[in-house]
Design a protein around this ligand. Structure first.
Ligand SMILES: [Zn+2]
Length: 96
């Protein structure tokens, strides 16, 4: 199974690299100046050498896409965005 997965992921990587290179050449000059070749590491590796789980959590906190009542209310999953104290339960409210 791992041989099949390795062949599959290698093929996907090659196809994506070709598509990316062509796309950059045709329409993304500013992006081309940032990345002159296809990056082997994920974009967040330029910022820090964090793992994907950390970056995912960080982005969810920054974007407010967390399991707060404000977000759950926006998604229609709870009736009220209010915290037990009466304020709107956002991530800022929970952290301050
Ligand atoms: Zn509260």
């Amino acid at each position: 199974m791992s041989d099949i997965w390795h062949a599959f992921s290698s093929n996907i990587y090659t196809m994506f690299r070709q598509s990316w290179t062509e796309s950059v050449r045709l329409k993304s000059q500013p992006f081309d100046s940032m990345f002159s070749s296809f990056p082997k590491k994920p974009w967040f590796y330029l910022i820090c050498h964090c793992d994907r789980r950390f970056i995912t959590t960080f982005i969810r906190l920054r974007s407010g896409h967390c399991l707060t009542k404000a977000f759950l209310n926006r998604m229609g999953m709870v009736d009220s965005p209010s915290c037990d104290c009466g304020s709107i339960q956002t991530i800022e409210h929970l952290l301050t």
